[in-house]
Ligand binder design. Sequence first.
Ligand code: URA
Length: 275
Amino acid sequence: MSLSDAAIPDEPSPYELLSWYAEMGVTEALDETPHNHFAEPAPRAAEGQRPALRPLPGRESVAVRPMAAAATAPDDAALTARAMAREARTLDELKEALAKFEGCALKATAKHLVFADGNPKGRIMMVGEAPGADEDRIGLPFVGRSGQLLDRMLAAIGLSRKEDVYIANLLPWRPPGNRTPTPQEVAICLPFIQRQIELADPDILICVGGPSAQGLLGFTGILRSRGQWVEYDTGSRRIPAMATLHPAYLLRQPLQKRLAWRDLRALKAALDDKK
Ligand code: URA
Protein backbone atom coordinates (compact mmCIF):
# COMPACT_ATOMS: atom_id res chain seq x y z
CA MET A 1 0.00 0.00 0.00
CA SER A 2 1.42 3.41 -0.95
CA LEU A 3 1.46 6.35 1.44
CA SER A 4 -1.12 8.24 -0.66
CA ASP A 5 -3.56 5.24 -0.56
CA ALA A 6 -3.31 5.15 3.23
CA ALA A 7 -4.25 8.85 3.49
CA ILE A 8 -7.59 8.38 1.68
CA PRO A 9 -10.32 7.24 4.09
CA ASP A 10 -12.64 4.42 3.00
CA GLU A 11 -15.85 5.49 1.24
CA PRO A 12 -18.62 5.46 3.85
CA SER A 13 -21.29 2.82 3.30
CA PRO A 14 -24.79 4.13 2.45
CA TYR A 15 -25.86 3.12 5.98
CA GLU A 16 -23.03 5.14 7.58
CA LEU A 17 -23.82 8.11 5.38
CA LEU A 18 -27.53 8.04 6.26
CA SER A 19 -26.75 7.62 9.98
CA TRP A 20 -24.46 10.62 9.80
CA TYR A 21 -27.16 12.71 8.08
CA ALA A 22 -29.70 11.67 10.73
CA GLU A 23 -27.29 12.65 13.53
CA MET A 24 -26.80 16.03 11.90
CA GLY A 25 -30.58 16.53 11.91
CA VAL A 26 -31.10 15.95 8.19
CA THR A 27 -34.13 13.71 8.44
CA GLU A 28 -36.10 14.66 5.34
CA ALA A 29 -35.20 14.08 1.69
CA LEU A 30 -37.05 16.84 -0.11
CA ASP A 31 -35.51 16.91 -3.53
CA GLU A 32 -32.43 15.88 -5.45
CA THR A 33 -31.04 19.41 -5.68
CA PRO A 34 -30.53 21.91 -2.85
CA HIS A 35 -32.86 24.94 -2.71
CA ASN A 36 -31.98 28.34 -1.33
CA HIS A 37 -35.26 29.33 0.32
CA PHE A 38 -33.84 32.76 1.19
CA ALA A 39 -33.06 33.67 -2.43
CA GLU A 40 -35.06 36.33 -4.26
CA PRO A 41 -37.70 34.65 -6.43
CA ALA A 42 -36.68 34.38 -10.09
CA PRO A 43 -38.44 36.89 -12.38
CA ARG A 44 -41.59 35.38 -13.84
CA ALA A 45 -41.41 34.20 -17.45
CA ALA A 46 -43.48 36.29 -19.85
CA GLU A 47 -47.00 35.04 -20.47
CA GLY A 48 -47.01 31.99 -22.74
CA GLN A 49 -43.24 31.57 -22.52
CA ARG A 50 -42.01 28.55 -20.58
CA PRO A 51 -38.71 28.86 -18.73
CA ALA A 52 -36.02 26.59 -20.15
CA LEU A 53 -35.22 23.66 -17.85
CA ARG A 54 -31.52 22.97 -17.72
CA PRO A 55 -30.70 19.30 -17.08
CA LEU A 56 -28.39 18.55 -14.18
CA PRO A 57 -24.84 17.84 -15.34
CA GLY A 58 -24.61 14.19 -16.30
CA ARG A 59 -28.39 13.70 -16.47
CA GLU A 60 -30.59 13.54 -19.51
CA SER A 61 -33.79 14.84 -18.00
CA VAL A 62 -34.94 16.82 -14.97
CA ALA A 63 -37.66 15.45 -12.70
CA VAL A 64 -40.04 18.31 -11.87
CA ARG A 65 -42.00 17.76 -8.68
CA PRO A 66 -45.24 19.74 -8.30
CA MET A 67 -44.90 22.14 -5.36
CA ALA A 68 -48.39 23.63 -5.50
CA ALA A 69 -48.49 24.15 -1.74
CA ALA A 70 -45.46 26.43 -1.70
CA ALA A 71 -46.64 28.45 -4.68
CA THR A 72 -49.55 30.24 -2.95
CA ALA A 73 -48.77 33.65 -1.44
CA PRO A 74 -49.15 33.52 2.38
CA ASP A 75 -51.84 36.24 2.54
CA ASP A 76 -53.91 34.52 -0.16
CA ALA A 77 -53.40 31.20 1.62
CA ALA A 78 -54.67 32.60 4.93
CA LEU A 79 -57.71 34.13 3.20
CA THR A 80 -58.47 30.85 1.44
CA ALA A 81 -58.03 28.99 4.72
CA ARG A 82 -60.49 31.31 6.43
CA ALA A 83 -63.09 30.90 3.69
CA MET A 84 -62.72 27.11 3.57
CA ALA A 85 -62.83 26.77 7.36
CA ARG A 86 -65.91 28.98 7.64
CA GLU A 87 -67.77 26.92 5.04
CA ALA A 88 -67.26 23.65 6.94
CA ARG A 89 -70.37 22.88 9.01
CA THR A 90 -69.12 19.70 10.70
CA LEU A 91 -65.78 18.31 11.85
CA ASP A 92 -65.87 15.81 8.99
CA GLU A 93 -66.36 18.62 6.48
CA LEU A 94 -63.50 20.52 8.09
CA LYS A 95 -61.21 17.51 7.75
CA GLU A 96 -62.20 17.22 4.08
CA ALA A 97 -61.52 20.93 3.57
CA LEU A 98 -58.05 20.57 5.12
CA ALA A 99 -57.31 17.58 2.92
CA LYS A 100 -58.09 19.75 -0.14
CA PHE A 101 -56.24 22.84 1.12
CA GLU A 102 -53.04 23.56 -0.84
CA GLY A 103 -51.96 26.77 0.89
CA CYS A 104 -49.50 25.35 3.45
CA ALA A 105 -46.14 24.09 2.19
CA LEU A 106 -45.89 21.62 5.10
CA LYS A 107 -48.42 19.43 3.33
CA ALA A 108 -45.84 18.68 0.61
CA THR A 109 -43.39 17.08 3.05
CA ALA A 110 -45.84 15.41 5.47
CA LYS A 111 -46.92 11.80 5.06
CA HIS A 112 -50.38 12.28 6.62
CA LEU A 113 -52.86 14.94 7.57
CA VAL A 114 -53.10 14.68 11.37
CA PHE A 115 -56.57 15.97 12.19
CA ALA A 116 -57.67 14.79 15.63
CA ASP A 117 -58.06 11.95 18.10
CA GLY A 118 -60.18 11.25 21.15
CA ASN A 119 -63.82 12.06 21.71
CA PRO A 120 -65.13 15.04 19.67
CA LYS A 121 -67.94 15.26 22.23
CA GLY A 122 -65.52 15.30 25.20
CA ARG A 123 -65.77 18.19 27.67
CA ILE A 124 -62.12 19.12 27.16
CA MET A 125 -60.28 20.00 23.97
CA MET A 126 -56.48 19.94 24.01
CA VAL A 127 -54.47 21.59 21.25
CA GLY A 128 -50.78 20.76 20.85
CA GLU A 129 -48.20 22.20 18.50
CA ALA A 130 -47.78 19.98 15.45
CA PRO A 131 -47.40 16.29 14.65
CA GLY A 132 -44.02 14.64 15.22
CA ALA A 133 -42.55 11.70 13.30
CA ASP A 134 -44.78 9.05 14.94
CA GLU A 135 -47.94 11.13 14.48
CA ASP A 136 -47.04 11.82 10.85
CA ARG A 137 -46.51 8.11 10.20
CA ILE A 138 -49.76 7.03 11.87
CA GLY A 139 -51.96 10.05 11.11
CA LEU A 140 -53.10 10.69 14.70
CA PRO A 141 -51.99 13.35 17.22
CA PHE A 142 -49.98 12.57 20.34
CA VAL A 143 -49.25 8.89 19.74
CA GLY A 144 -45.47 9.01 20.39
CA ARG A 145 -43.62 9.33 23.71
CA SER A 146 -45.15 12.75 24.45
CA GLY A 147 -48.61 11.38 23.77
CA GLN A 148 -48.06 8.45 26.11
CA LEU A 149 -47.04 10.87 28.86
CA LEU A 150 -50.09 13.03 28.09
CA ASP A 151 -52.34 9.98 28.48
CA ARG A 152 -50.73 9.16 31.86
CA MET A 153 -51.17 12.77 32.99
CA LEU A 154 -54.86 12.66 32.06
CA ALA A 155 -55.28 9.30 33.80
CA ALA A 156 -53.80 10.84 36.97
CA ILE A 157 -56.90 13.07 37.23
CA GLY A 158 -59.30 10.34 36.16
CA LEU A 159 -59.65 11.37 32.49
CA SER A 160 -59.17 9.39 29.32
CA ARG A 161 -58.59 10.45 25.74
CA LYS A 162 -61.22 7.97 24.54
CA GLU A 163 -64.01 9.43 26.65
CA ASP A 164 -63.22 12.89 27.94
CA VAL A 165 -60.76 14.64 25.66
CA TYR A 166 -60.68 15.71 22.03
CA ILE A 167 -57.09 16.29 20.86
CA ALA A 168 -55.78 18.25 17.89
CA ASN A 169 -52.81 20.42 16.96
CA LEU A 170 -52.23 24.02 15.93
CA LEU A 171 -50.84 22.63 12.67
CA PRO A 172 -52.13 19.44 11.08
CA TRP A 173 -48.94 18.67 9.16
CA ARG A 174 -45.51 17.81 10.54
CA PRO A 175 -42.82 20.47 10.10
CA PRO A 176 -39.76 18.70 8.59
CA GLY A 177 -37.33 17.51 11.25
CA ASN A 178 -39.82 18.61 13.98
CA ARG A 179 -38.70 22.21 13.69
CA THR A 180 -40.82 24.90 15.35
CA PRO A 181 -43.56 26.06 12.97
CA THR A 182 -42.91 29.46 11.40
CA PRO A 183 -45.28 32.37 12.22
CA GLN A 184 -46.39 32.25 8.58
CA GLU A 185 -47.34 28.55 8.79
CA VAL A 186 -49.24 29.23 12.01
CA ALA A 187 -51.10 32.20 10.50
CA ILE A 188 -52.09 30.13 7.46
CA CYS A 189 -53.42 27.17 9.46
CA LEU A 190 -54.97 29.14 12.33
CA PRO A 191 -58.48 29.52 10.80
CA PHE A 192 -58.76 25.72 10.60
CA ILE A 193 -57.94 25.00 14.25
CA GLN A 194 -60.11 27.92 15.37
CA ARG A 195 -63.04 26.49 13.42
CA GLN A 196 -62.24 23.01 14.79
CA ILE A 197 -62.55 24.37 18.33
CA GLU A 198 -65.82 26.12 17.45
CA LEU A 199 -67.30 22.98 15.90
CA ALA A 200 -66.13 20.66 18.70
CA ASP A 201 -67.54 23.20 21.19
CA PRO A 202 -65.76 21.89 24.32
CA ASP A 203 -66.42 23.21 27.83
CA ILE A 204 -62.72 23.84 28.42
CA LEU A 205 -59.77 24.49 26.09
CA ILE A 206 -56.24 23.48 27.10
CA CYS A 207 -53.33 24.74 24.97
CA VAL A 208 -50.44 22.31 25.26
CA GLY A 209 -47.09 24.07 24.89
CA GLY A 210 -45.89 27.54 23.92
CA PRO A 211 -46.80 27.72 20.20
CA SER A 212 -50.39 26.64 20.87
CA ALA A 213 -50.69 29.08 23.80
CA GLN A 214 -49.32 31.87 21.64
CA GLY A 215 -51.33 31.04 18.52
CA LEU A 216 -54.69 30.61 20.23
CA LEU A 217 -54.47 32.68 23.44
CA GLY A 218 -51.87 35.27 22.48
CA PHE A 219 -49.61 34.22 25.40
CA THR A 220 -45.86 34.69 25.22
CA GLY A 221 -43.59 32.83 27.62
CA ILE A 222 -45.23 29.55 28.54
CA LEU A 223 -43.54 29.30 31.94
CA ARG A 224 -45.05 32.66 32.91
CA SER A 225 -48.48 32.16 31.38
CA ARG A 226 -49.22 28.49 32.11
CA GLY A 227 -51.89 27.76 34.70
CA GLN A 228 -53.78 31.04 34.18
CA TRP A 229 -57.44 30.84 33.28
CA VAL A 230 -58.59 33.14 30.49
CA GLU A 231 -61.71 33.30 28.33
CA TYR A 232 -61.46 32.00 24.80
CA ASP A 233 -64.05 33.18 22.30
CA THR A 234 -64.87 30.25 20.01
CA GLY A 235 -66.91 32.48 17.72
CA SER A 236 -70.13 31.04 19.14
CA ARG A 237 -69.45 31.36 22.89
CA ARG A 238 -66.80 32.07 25.51
CA ILE A 239 -65.15 29.15 27.28
CA PRO A 240 -62.44 28.91 29.96
CA ALA A 241 -58.99 28.23 28.56
CA MET A 242 -55.59 27.55 30.06
CA ALA A 243 -52.09 26.83 28.78
CA THR A 244 -49.93 24.08 30.19
CA LEU A 245 -46.45 22.70 29.60
CA HIS A 246 -45.86 20.40 26.66
CA PRO A 247 -45.17 16.75 27.58
CA ALA A 248 -42.11 16.76 25.26
CA TYR A 249 -40.68 19.52 27.49
CA LEU A 250 -41.58 17.52 30.60
CA LEU A 251 -39.71 14.50 29.21
CA ARG A 252 -36.62 16.72 28.92
CA GLN A 253 -37.19 18.57 32.22
CA PRO A 254 -38.88 16.06 34.56
CA LEU A 255 -38.63 18.42 37.57
CA GLN A 256 -41.13 20.72 35.86
CA LYS A 257 -43.79 18.01 36.18
CA ARG A 258 -44.73 19.62 39.49
CA LEU A 259 -45.95 22.68 37.53
CA ALA A 260 -47.89 20.51 35.10
CA TRP A 261 -49.42 18.72 38.08
CA ARG A 262 -50.71 22.07 39.41
CA ASP A 263 -52.34 22.75 36.03
CA LEU A 264 -53.93 19.31 35.99
CA ARG A 265 -55.37 19.82 39.46
CA ALA A 266 -56.77 23.20 38.34
CA LEU A 267 -58.32 21.51 35.30
CA LYS A 268 -59.90 18.83 37.48
CA ALA A 269 -61.31 21.48 39.87
CA ALA A 270 -62.75 23.46 36.95
CA LEU A 271 -64.42 20.35 35.56
CA ASP A 272 -65.91 19.48 38.96
CA ASP A 273 -67.14 23.10 39.39
CA LYS A 274 -68.87 23.06 36.00
CA LYS A 275 -70.63 19.70 36.54
N1 URA B 1 -46.33 17.09 19.90
C1 URA B 1 -47.43 17.82 19.57
O1 URA B 1 -47.50 19.01 19.88
N2 URA B 1 -48.41 17.22 18.93
C2 URA B 1 -48.38 15.93 18.60
O2 URA B 1 -49.33 15.46 18.01
C3 URA B 1 -47.24 15.20 18.94
C4 URA B 1 -46.23 15.79 19.59
